[in-house]
Design a protein around this ligand. Structure first.
Ligand SMILES: Cc1ncc(C[n+]2csc(CCOP(=O)(O)OP(=O)(O)O)c2C)c(N)n1
Ligand SMILES: [Mg+2]
Length: 331
């Protein structure tokens, strides 16, 4: 290969290594959260994203810092891919004041206005009207922002999903709907709950472009998201991506997983998004095993430092309990 050709490849290789690092950061962060949860160090509801990392990382790579993101309760991956500092997310898991939501939100309510990351939402489908409202505001102001809204296959059964699809399409709003179809809503399989399981087809019925994407392949996700974001930003109205993915772990920390066969999980693990990209980069010589190990060691150090900082950080004083809480004066 000529030097010029090798140089031309550099940015692509560096970009793909960055995607790999982001996915690995989410994986390591959450593996550690599972351990901390079992040890009783972090509490509350915790929903792991392990297996779905390519979705958050691929979509986020197609957005600019000025675009907005609305997430779900399975939000660690979305937040980290958005660039929320890992230590502020870890501190939030511990309920400390240095957390991105001052320790008042916890795992399900990560939030960072400065990065236009509008939560973390415990209500299934609850982010959809927020995203449509943000996009309506942007449109009325004449801003060229895109709002990416993540939600699960379970949200498609909610009434507000259909209301939001309708309004976004009717008003040509700049929203990218990112449906994370992991085939289950808690213990209910999509096929047992919904008559039409082709979710892109259902979104398409509202007159918006919608298509399925291999959600285990971060490059496929980024490619689809770039083309959809470009079209939305150009005034093409809402677009819908059905990101076909799979969660490798339980729905939340405690779930006996009686609703699926272990063999199904094993089958999907063969297409582990982190291993898939790592393997490709290894085969092309763009990330050797030693480089992968160095990346992994760096992340371990970063996570260890975040845990130490979170442990040492204060909780909010009791005197501040009613701060940020809406409470009208009694008449
Ligand atoms: C409106 C509402 N109904 C029910 C619940 C309880 N609940 C929490 S998660 C969940 C499953 C949602 O599945 P899906 O949208 O596919 O997302 P996933 O958990 O698979 O990422 C349900 C029913 C809730 N939080 N909100
Ligand atoms: Mg689901």
């Amino acid at each position: 290969m000529s030097t010029a050709a090798a140089k031309a490849l550099q940015p692509r290789a560096a970009h793909q290594r960055d995607l790999l690092r982001q996915m690995l950061a989410i994986r390591r962060f959450e593996d550690t959260c599972a351990e901390l949860y079992s040890a009783g160090e972090i509490r509350g509801f915790v929903h792991l994203y392990i297996g779905e990392e390519a979705v958050a990382v691929g979509v986020s790579a197609a957005l600019t810092a000025d675009d907005s993101i609305v997430s779900t309760y399975r939000d660690h991956g979305h937040a980290l891919a958005r660039g929320l500092p890992l230590d502020s997310v870890m501190a939030e898991m511990y309920g400390k004041t240095t957390g991105c939501s001052r320790g008042r939100g916890g795992s399900m309510h990560l939030f960072d206005v400065s990065r236009r990351f509008y939560g973390g939402n415990a209500i299934v489908g609850g982010g959809l009207p927020l995203a449509v409202g943000i996009a309506l505001a942007d449109k009325l102001r004449g801003d060229s922002r895109v709002t990416a809204c993540f939600f699960g296959d379970g949200a498609v059964a909610e009434g507000e999903f259909h209301e939001c699809m309708n309004l976004a399409a009717l008003w040509d709003l700049p929203v990218l709907f990112c449906c994370e179809n992991n085939l289950y809503a808690m213990g209910t399989a999509l096929v047992r709950a919904q008559a039409q399981t082709d979710l892109a087809l259902r979104a398409g019925s509202y007159g918006m472009p919608a298509w399925p994407v291999d959600g285990m392949d971060v490059l496929a996700v980024e490619h689809a998201a770039r083309s959809a974001v470009g079209a939305v930003r150009a005034g093409g109205g809402p677009h819908f991506l059905e990101l076909r993915t799979y969660r490798f772990r339980a729905h939340s920390m405690y779930d006996p997983e009686l609703y699926r066969d272990k063999s199904e999980v094993q089958e999907w693990k063969k297409r582990d998004p982190v291993a898939l990209l790592a393997g490709r980069l290894r085969d092309s010589g763009e990330c050797t095993d030693a480089e992968f190990q160095a990346m992994s060691d760096e992340l371990t150090a970063e996570i260890d430092a975040a845990i130490a900082a979170a442990r040492a950080a204060p909780v909010e004083p009791v005197a501040d309990l009613t701060r940020f809480v809406y409470h009208p004066e009694p008449k």
